[in-house]
Design a protein around this ligand. Sequence first.
Ligand code: SF4
Length: 421
Amino acid sequence: MNFDRINEKLSILADAAKYDVSCSSSGSKRQNTKNGLGNGHYSGICHSFTEDGRCVSLLKILLTNHCIYDCAFCVSRKSNDIKRAAFTVQEVVDLTINFYKRNYIEGLFLSSGIFKNADFTMERLLLIAKKLRLEENYNGYIHLKTIPGASPELLREAGLYADRMSINLEMPTEKGLKLVAPEKSHDDVKKPLGFINQQMTEFNTERKLIKSTPIFVPAGQSTQMVIGATPENDMEIMHTANQYYNDYNLKRVYYSGFIPINHNDTMLPSIGTQPPLLRENRLYQTDWLMRFYQFNVNEILNVNNPHLDTDIDPKLSYALRNLHLYPIDINKADYHLILRIPGIGVGSAKKIMQARKFGNIYAYQLKKFGIAYNRARYFMKCADDNYHIKDYLPSQIKNKILSTSKSKYLKNIPNQLNLFD
Ligand code: SF4
């Protein structure tokens, strides 16, 4: 084995893979210090979550950065003059096994540019997963990219060896996609998503009758949208996410702030060098509200309110736009209403429901449950505290909250946005 060439390929293909966030990348670039231990890096090893919630480190690479397409936003597009490389099937298998045995990784995230055609590429991804499972008896995590346009037979087989599969929508709408990747279409993504979802259902049904039926894509499917490369507003983005969650039973939608790599491309907007991280965070918060807080996307984003606020999170924004629904009585309201109080997360809402069984809840107890009391108090009443919210304008409450929460809302934006309250 030519180690120098393998190293070179690794550096090219791990670097090219860093733009795909559909596996939850750590995304840090901290350097090691003298006498320190380890360092953070944008590419190479990232973290993901298994079906049972464990966080695993993954070798994140492309099989190749050769590609027959020319998507304007992509570093690997065919018109870019960059170093190209491609692993062989055996090289990826060997790297995975060697890193795994050294305890560097617990899994593999394998994506690829499209060389020759969709089936040619998908066949190789499948072969890698198959060799790992059948020849190396590898039981670690495998996340495989679904290549748009690949034949159903290949996808069906891949789903038997991969834990998770994902396929990127790229842009939130078909119209947006056509602006930056005219050769591509959302239908190319919908078809495989639909096929894999249908297979998951069929395998699950069959397993109820025949216990030995294998689990098909046990960690489900995910997708990614690039944010800020095309003109979609937040409402369009989150309505697309909601539709894909519903239609294809996705585990996750990832939102990746557009990183302007291909400067001077007239198809792309000029946004300087910084990706829109704050917007990305707000979209994740909205996604969280939809999936875990029982919010309907229309309640947060609609034609009257198509953009997320930048200075406050979407849950607080919703509460301020709907003050007539507050205060919510901590001691009487249903669980899903308690979740709508800004400053109360899923964990503390559960504690409140539990504690209520033993009597009325007072403010000092709420503080012990870990809620953000200085925010929550405007929107709730408990046994000994009832803020007269109706006496104030939304803007007055917002200012009060922002002035008492400076550390979170002003100082640390965008570094430390709370996804959980
Ligand atoms: S098909 Fe994928 S890898 Fe190829 S240019 Fe488009 S986004 Fe990049």
